[in-house]
Design a protein around this ligand. Structure first.
Ligand code: R5P
Length: 283
């Protein structure tokens, strides 16, 4: 088995290679003068089971992922598993207005051409997996990896900012060994969310708010304020995919005592790896 890393997944690929006790294949990655990408695989892959770890975010990674898949296709490999740690465009999983694309489905159709197996991690909507037709696809749950980190940090309570993530909060809470609950969120627009007032027993507690994605930080900022109103002594914001768009970190830092994300998107808040969960699915 050999691991190939897309240029935005070096941290996760190394952690995964270690978990799988497999080498990382050397690649070349540069741009042509006009800005187009160039990739090259520098070691043979014949008869190998290949694990390619590559995001579909940001946009340029869609192209790089496809180019790497195509380069792999030129070898007589045994099996290609494409791990997409952060499946970009998953939040446009339906048409909100006439004339819009179903962006998540468009991405599925683009990437499924090459791999035998696609693994996503905490994909925004589970049902996106059902759109894969030509390759097998499964979503990997990063809850245990997040829980391991929260246990190390020490939290007393786990909360999801909306009912949709309640099951994940339950799973993380159970794994940490603390209670969990959820808030009721209403999204007003891309930048604004409202959290319904709700009685929640967090007074004097170190509370982790967990979400799949932090983008603008609007969801977590609103939820953290609500938890502090209920007397939470500390709020820890934890997510799988830390997009941290525009000034999200500044906004989050004002109301959260700690911000952590996984290595699906590498950034300076990356505090835990989802490699163990992915390795378990591959092994
Ligand atoms: C929404 O359903 C997701 O689970 C996240 O809560 C959302 O994408 C976070 O976005 P933002 O950080 O911009 O509020």
């Amino acid at each position: 088995m050999k691991v190939i890393s897309g240029s935005s997944s070096h941290m996760l690929s190394s952690a995964l290679a270690k978990q799988l006790d497999s080498p990382i294949v050397r690649t070349e990655n540069k741009r042509f003068p006009d800005g187009e990408k160039y990739v090259r695989i520098l070691e043979p892959l014949d008869d190998e089971e290949v694990i390619l770890v590559s995001n579909t975010y940001p946009d340029e990674m869609i192209v790089e992922t496809l180019l790497l898949c195509d380069a792999i296709e030129e070898f007589n490999y045994r099996k290609l598993t494409l791990v997409i740690p952060y499946f970009g465009y998953a939040r446009q999983d339906k048409k909100f207005n006439d004339g819009e694309p179903i962006s998540a489905r468009a991405l599925v159709r683009a990437v499924e051409v090459y791999p035998d197996l696609v693994l996503t991690v905490d994909i925004h909507t589970d049902s996106i997996i059902d759109w894969f037709e030509t390759s097998e696809a499964r979503n990997v749950c990063g809850a245990n990896d997040m829980a391991r980190k929260l246990k190390e940090i020490g939290v007393d309570f786990v909360v999801s900012p909306d009912e949709g993530r309640m099951k994940t909060a339950e799973k993380v809470g159970k794994s940490v060994g603390v209670p969990s609950d959820y808030l009721v969120k209403e999204r007003i627009d891309g930048n604004t969310v409202k959290v319904e007032p709700k009685s929640i027993a967090v007074a004097g507690k170190r509370v982790a708010i967990i979400d799949d994605i932090i983008s603008t930080g609007g969801t977590i900022v609103t939820a953290a304020s609500e938890l502090k109103k209920h007397g939470a002594s500390q709020v820890i914001a934890a997510c799988t995919h830390g997009l941290f768009a525009s000034n999200a970190i500044d906004r989050l830092s004002k109301c959260c005592d700690m911000i952590i994300s996984s290595d699906t998107i590498e950034n300076n808040k990356t505090a835990f790896s989802v490699a163990p969960a992915i390795a378990k699915e591959i092994a």
